[in-house]
Design a protein around this ligand. Structure first.
Ligand code: DX5
Ligand code: ZN
Length: 237
Protein backbone atom coordinates (compact mmCIF):
# COMPACT_ATOMS: atom_id res chain seq x y z
CA UNK A 1 0.00 0.00 0.00
CA UNK A 2 1.40 3.48 -0.88
CA UNK A 3 2.02 6.03 1.93
CA UNK A 4 -1.23 7.91 2.24
CA UNK A 5 -1.46 11.24 4.05
CA UNK A 6 -3.81 10.91 7.05
CA UNK A 7 -7.28 12.32 6.50
CA UNK A 8 -7.88 15.36 8.70
CA UNK A 9 -11.05 16.39 10.56
CA UNK A 10 -12.12 20.04 10.63
CA UNK A 11 -14.88 20.46 13.23
CA UNK A 12 -17.77 22.72 12.24
CA UNK A 13 -19.17 24.47 15.32
CA UNK A 14 -22.38 25.65 13.60
CA UNK A 15 -24.55 23.42 15.81
CA UNK A 16 -22.61 24.11 19.02
CA UNK A 17 -23.71 26.15 22.05
CA UNK A 18 -22.62 29.71 21.11
CA UNK A 19 -23.12 30.66 24.73
CA UNK A 20 -20.11 28.57 25.78
CA UNK A 21 -17.52 29.04 23.01
CA UNK A 22 -14.59 28.28 25.30
CA UNK A 23 -16.12 24.96 26.34
CA UNK A 24 -16.92 24.13 22.69
CA UNK A 25 -13.35 24.82 21.59
CA UNK A 26 -11.83 22.77 24.39
CA UNK A 27 -14.22 19.91 23.65
CA UNK A 28 -13.06 19.87 20.00
CA UNK A 29 -9.40 20.01 21.06
CA UNK A 30 -9.92 17.05 23.42
CA UNK A 31 -11.88 15.17 20.74
CA UNK A 32 -8.81 15.23 18.49
CA UNK A 33 -10.18 17.50 15.77
CA UNK A 34 -7.30 18.87 13.67
CA UNK A 35 -8.91 22.19 12.69
CA UNK A 36 -12.01 24.32 13.36
CA UNK A 37 -14.47 25.18 10.57
CA UNK A 38 -16.30 28.50 11.01
CA UNK A 39 -19.48 28.97 8.95
CA UNK A 40 -20.20 32.64 8.18
CA UNK A 41 -23.66 33.27 6.72
CA UNK A 42 -25.22 36.63 5.76
CA UNK A 43 -28.91 35.73 5.35
CA UNK A 44 -28.56 36.68 1.67
CA UNK A 45 -26.27 34.18 -0.06
CA UNK A 46 -27.95 31.56 2.11
CA UNK A 47 -31.22 31.72 4.06
CA UNK A 48 -29.51 31.76 7.46
CA UNK A 49 -27.46 34.27 9.52
CA UNK A 50 -24.61 33.17 11.81
CA UNK A 51 -21.68 35.47 12.74
CA UNK A 52 -19.01 37.85 11.40
CA UNK A 53 -15.27 38.61 11.67
CA UNK A 54 -15.46 39.56 15.36
CA UNK A 55 -16.44 36.03 16.35
CA UNK A 56 -13.68 34.61 14.16
CA UNK A 57 -11.27 36.85 16.11
CA UNK A 58 -12.77 35.53 19.37
CA UNK A 59 -12.01 31.96 18.28
CA UNK A 60 -8.47 33.12 17.41
CA UNK A 61 -8.02 34.27 21.00
CA UNK A 62 -9.48 31.02 22.39
CA UNK A 63 -7.33 28.48 20.53
CA UNK A 64 -4.19 27.76 18.51
CA UNK A 65 -6.06 25.26 16.37
CA UNK A 66 -5.99 26.14 12.64
CA UNK A 67 -9.16 28.06 11.73
CA UNK A 68 -10.90 27.54 8.39
CA UNK A 69 -13.40 30.30 7.58
CA UNK A 70 -16.22 29.28 5.21
CA UNK A 71 -17.86 32.41 3.81
CA UNK A 72 -21.44 31.91 2.63
CA UNK A 73 -21.93 35.62 1.95
CA UNK A 74 -22.85 37.44 -1.27
CA UNK A 75 -19.95 39.94 -1.23
CA UNK A 76 -16.80 38.20 0.10
CA UNK A 77 -14.40 40.64 -1.61
CA UNK A 78 -16.11 43.58 0.11
CA UNK A 79 -15.49 42.11 3.60
CA UNK A 80 -12.30 40.14 2.94
CA UNK A 81 -9.95 42.51 4.82
CA UNK A 82 -12.02 42.20 7.99
CA UNK A 83 -11.88 38.40 7.90
CA UNK A 84 -8.16 38.46 7.09
CA UNK A 85 -7.62 40.70 10.14
CA UNK A 86 -9.17 37.99 12.34
CA UNK A 87 -6.13 35.80 11.48
CA UNK A 88 -7.60 32.47 10.40
CA UNK A 89 -5.40 29.93 8.54
CA UNK A 90 -7.69 29.73 5.53
CA UNK A 91 -10.58 31.70 4.04
CA UNK A 92 -12.92 30.04 1.52
CA UNK A 93 -15.74 31.72 -0.36
CA UNK A 94 -18.25 30.45 -2.92
CA UNK A 95 -17.50 30.55 -6.62
CA UNK A 96 -21.24 31.19 -7.20
CA UNK A 97 -21.25 34.72 -5.74
CA UNK A 98 -22.25 37.54 -8.08
CA UNK A 99 -19.08 39.54 -7.46
CA UNK A 100 -17.14 39.58 -10.79
CA UNK A 101 -14.12 37.39 -11.53
CA UNK A 102 -11.79 40.34 -10.98
CA UNK A 103 -13.05 40.88 -7.44
CA UNK A 104 -12.69 37.13 -6.73
CA UNK A 105 -9.09 37.28 -7.99
CA UNK A 106 -8.51 40.35 -5.82
CA UNK A 107 -9.88 38.62 -2.72
CA UNK A 108 -7.66 35.57 -3.24
CA UNK A 109 -4.59 37.79 -3.72
CA UNK A 110 -5.40 39.71 -0.52
CA UNK A 111 -5.70 36.45 1.45
CA UNK A 112 -2.30 35.31 0.14
CA UNK A 113 -0.71 38.69 0.83
CA UNK A 114 -1.56 38.12 4.50
CA UNK A 115 0.10 34.69 4.41
CA UNK A 116 -3.23 32.85 4.71
CA UNK A 117 -4.64 30.07 2.54
CA UNK A 118 -7.39 30.74 -0.01
CA UNK A 119 -10.15 28.40 -1.10
CA UNK A 120 -13.20 28.27 -3.33
CA UNK A 121 -16.34 26.31 -2.48
CA UNK A 122 -18.69 24.70 -4.99
CA UNK A 123 -22.35 24.06 -4.10
CA UNK A 124 -23.98 20.74 -5.16
CA UNK A 125 -25.31 22.04 -8.51
CA UNK A 126 -22.04 23.77 -9.51
CA UNK A 127 -19.48 21.81 -11.55
CA UNK A 128 -15.99 21.67 -10.03
CA UNK A 129 -14.68 23.11 -13.31
CA UNK A 130 -16.15 26.50 -12.31
CA UNK A 131 -13.05 27.10 -10.13
CA UNK A 132 -10.59 26.32 -12.97
CA UNK A 133 -9.71 30.01 -13.69
CA UNK A 134 -8.26 30.29 -10.15
CA UNK A 135 -6.90 26.77 -9.66
CA UNK A 136 -3.23 27.82 -9.60
CA UNK A 137 -4.04 30.18 -6.72
CA UNK A 138 -6.07 27.75 -4.58
CA UNK A 139 -4.89 26.14 -1.34
CA UNK A 140 -8.16 24.24 -1.13
CA UNK A 141 -11.35 23.38 -2.96
CA UNK A 142 -14.40 22.85 -0.73
CA UNK A 143 -16.92 20.41 -2.18
CA UNK A 144 -20.34 21.03 -0.66
CA UNK A 145 -22.15 17.74 -0.07
CA UNK A 146 -25.30 19.58 1.10
CA UNK A 147 -26.91 22.82 -0.04
CA UNK A 148 -25.20 25.49 2.11
CA UNK A 149 -27.14 27.13 4.93
CA UNK A 150 -27.81 24.59 7.70
CA UNK A 151 -26.07 21.91 9.73
CA UNK A 152 -27.62 18.48 10.30
CA UNK A 153 -28.63 17.85 6.67
CA UNK A 154 -28.20 14.47 4.94
CA UNK A 155 -25.10 13.80 2.82
CA UNK A 156 -25.81 13.95 -0.96
CA UNK A 157 -23.96 10.88 -2.41
CA UNK A 158 -24.20 12.27 -5.96
CA UNK A 159 -21.68 14.96 -4.94
CA UNK A 160 -18.94 12.45 -3.92
CA UNK A 161 -17.37 12.09 -7.42
CA UNK A 162 -16.69 15.84 -7.36
CA UNK A 163 -14.08 15.15 -4.67
CA UNK A 164 -11.99 13.13 -7.14
CA UNK A 165 -12.56 15.79 -9.82
CA UNK A 166 -11.33 18.52 -7.47
CA UNK A 167 -8.29 16.41 -6.58
CA UNK A 168 -7.43 15.94 -10.24
CA UNK A 169 -7.78 19.67 -10.87
CA UNK A 170 -5.51 20.56 -7.94
CA UNK A 171 -2.99 17.82 -8.67
CA UNK A 172 -1.90 19.61 -11.86
CA UNK A 173 -1.99 23.08 -10.34
CA UNK A 174 0.47 25.47 -8.73
CA UNK A 175 -0.19 25.33 -5.00
CA UNK A 176 -0.80 21.61 -4.37
CA UNK A 177 -4.08 22.41 -2.61
CA UNK A 178 -6.26 20.06 -0.55
CA UNK A 179 -9.86 18.95 -1.00
CA UNK A 180 -12.33 19.57 1.83
CA UNK A 181 -15.84 18.10 1.90
CA UNK A 182 -18.61 19.82 3.80
CA UNK A 183 -22.08 18.68 4.82
CA UNK A 184 -23.47 15.46 6.28
CA UNK A 185 -20.02 13.97 6.86
CA UNK A 186 -19.87 11.53 9.77
CA UNK A 187 -18.83 7.95 10.57
CA UNK A 188 -21.53 6.62 8.20
CA UNK A 189 -20.37 8.62 5.16
CA UNK A 190 -16.63 8.88 5.88
CA UNK A 191 -15.52 5.79 3.94
CA UNK A 192 -17.39 7.00 0.85
CA UNK A 193 -15.65 10.40 0.83
CA UNK A 194 -12.35 8.64 1.50
CA UNK A 195 -12.96 6.41 -1.52
CA UNK A 196 -12.99 9.56 -3.70
CA UNK A 197 -9.70 10.77 -2.25
CA UNK A 198 -10.68 13.32 0.40
CA UNK A 199 -8.03 15.21 2.39
CA UNK A 200 -10.14 17.07 4.98
CA UNK A 201 -13.53 15.98 6.35
CA UNK A 202 -15.64 18.80 7.81
CA UNK A 203 -17.80 17.32 10.54
CA UNK A 204 -20.49 19.31 12.33
CA UNK A 205 -23.66 18.04 14.01
CA UNK A 206 -22.23 14.51 14.38
CA UNK A 207 -19.83 15.98 17.00
CA UNK A 208 -22.56 17.64 19.02
CA UNK A 209 -24.92 14.71 19.57
CA UNK A 210 -26.12 14.56 23.21
CA UNK A 211 -24.66 11.48 24.95
CA UNK A 212 -22.35 10.67 22.02
CA UNK A 213 -18.58 10.80 22.52
CA UNK A 214 -17.16 13.33 20.04
CA UNK A 215 -13.67 11.82 20.21
CA UNK A 216 -15.04 8.43 19.16
CA UNK A 217 -16.76 10.06 16.16
CA UNK A 218 -13.57 11.92 15.17
CA UNK A 219 -11.56 8.71 15.45
CA UNK A 220 -14.08 6.73 13.38
CA UNK A 221 -14.25 9.38 10.65
CA UNK A 222 -10.45 9.44 10.39
CA UNK A 223 -10.15 5.64 10.32
CA UNK A 224 -12.97 5.04 7.85
CA UNK A 225 -12.09 7.92 5.52
CA UNK A 226 -8.47 6.72 5.74
CA UNK A 227 -9.54 3.22 4.72
CA UNK A 228 -11.47 4.61 1.77
CA UNK A 229 -8.48 6.78 0.84
CA UNK A 230 -6.16 3.78 0.80
CA UNK A 231 -8.48 2.04 -1.63
CA UNK A 232 -8.60 5.22 -3.73
CA UNK A 233 -4.78 5.50 -3.75
CA UNK A 234 -4.46 1.82 -4.69
CA UNK A 235 -6.93 2.45 -7.53
CA UNK A 236 -9.39 -0.06 -5.98
CA UNK A 237 -12.47 2.18 -6.00
C1 DX5 B 1 -23.53 24.07 6.01
C2 DX5 B 1 -22.15 24.32 6.56
C3 DX5 B 1 -21.49 23.09 7.13
C4 DX5 B 1 -22.25 22.44 8.27
C5 DX5 B 1 -21.75 21.03 8.48
O1 DX5 B 1 -23.90 25.11 5.17
O2 DX5 B 1 -21.31 24.88 5.58
O3 DX5 B 1 -20.16 23.39 7.53
O4 DX5 B 1 -22.11 23.16 9.43
O5 DX5 B 1 -22.51 20.41 9.46
P1 DX5 B 1 -23.06 18.92 9.30
O6 DX5 B 1 -21.85 18.04 9.46
O7 DX5 B 1 -24.02 18.78 10.43
O8 DX5 B 1 -23.69 18.79 7.96
ZN1 ZN C 1 -19.19 24.97 6.15
Amino acid sequence: MTDVEPVLVSASILNADFGRLDRVVHKMERAGADRLHLDVMDGHFVDNITFGPDLVAAFRRLTDMPLDVHLMISEPARYIDRFIAAEPQTITFHVETDEGDERKTHAIAAIHAAGQGAGLAVSPDTPVDAVRPWVDELDLIMVMSVYPGWGGQGFMPETAPKIAQARALLAGAGRGGLVHVDGGVNSKTAELVGAYGIDVCIVGSALFQRGRDASLEVELVKQLAGRGREAFSAGIR
